[in-house]
Write a protein that binds this ligand. Sequence first.
Ligand code: SF4
Length: 242
Amino acid sequence: MKKEIKKVLDDAKRYLVQQESLFGDEIILPKQSSDEPKQSPVEKNVGDEQFGVDPSWVESKTLNELETKIRNCVKCPLGKTRTNFVFGVGNPNSEIVFVGEAPGMDEDLQGEPFVGRAGQLLNQLLASVGFRRDEVYICNVLKCRPPGNRDPLPSEIEACSPYLVKQLEIIKPKLIVSLGRFPIQTLLKTNAPLSSLRGQIFEWHGIKLIATYHPAAALRNQQWKRPLFEDLRKAREILYQK
Ligand code: SF4
């Protein structure tokens, strides 16, 4: 018995030392305890109606229902500057969901995520690891384009991310792939840099979660294309491992 307790303490110590070396004072737990009560991760927001949102969106059972209820959202200033609301695209029963940051110019014009150059690269990479775009689900943290493709503001992420959480709650994928730093930081509620999060397997409300580069970043920095490919290949392995 004494031996077992010592082993548990040694394992815990080793884990904490490893976490400290990666993240400093901030400790990110890779797995949620299975003993935790399973609660809906979505909380009802106050004042939905005044922002063009049907307050019953939190009870949506399907993606179509959710999209219909939130598509006129003006909860943050991006609702006034967008051309199109960009909800998401793909298989609503997919076992894997790719989450990007926000619509760009092409996505804003077409109302679909990842249709510009970054989208073309994502399609190529998906195909190269054996995924078809129409068999997976693709969406963003923000549903409206930040002007000039600037980074999303914390207030915009706070306003919009409950919609992403609800999408994931409806789809119930086995694996989430975060493309870029904003989705992983949003889901894990951390400010840790992508470089320290990439390559690890986390768990978000019982769903495996991995982080990789955004395809747009890989277009700007060609040396990130290979690691992006490797991460997508790893995602496929995780999804189909026995
Ligand atoms: S970005 Fe999100 S919160 Fe802001 S207006 Fe668009 S849908 Fe609403």
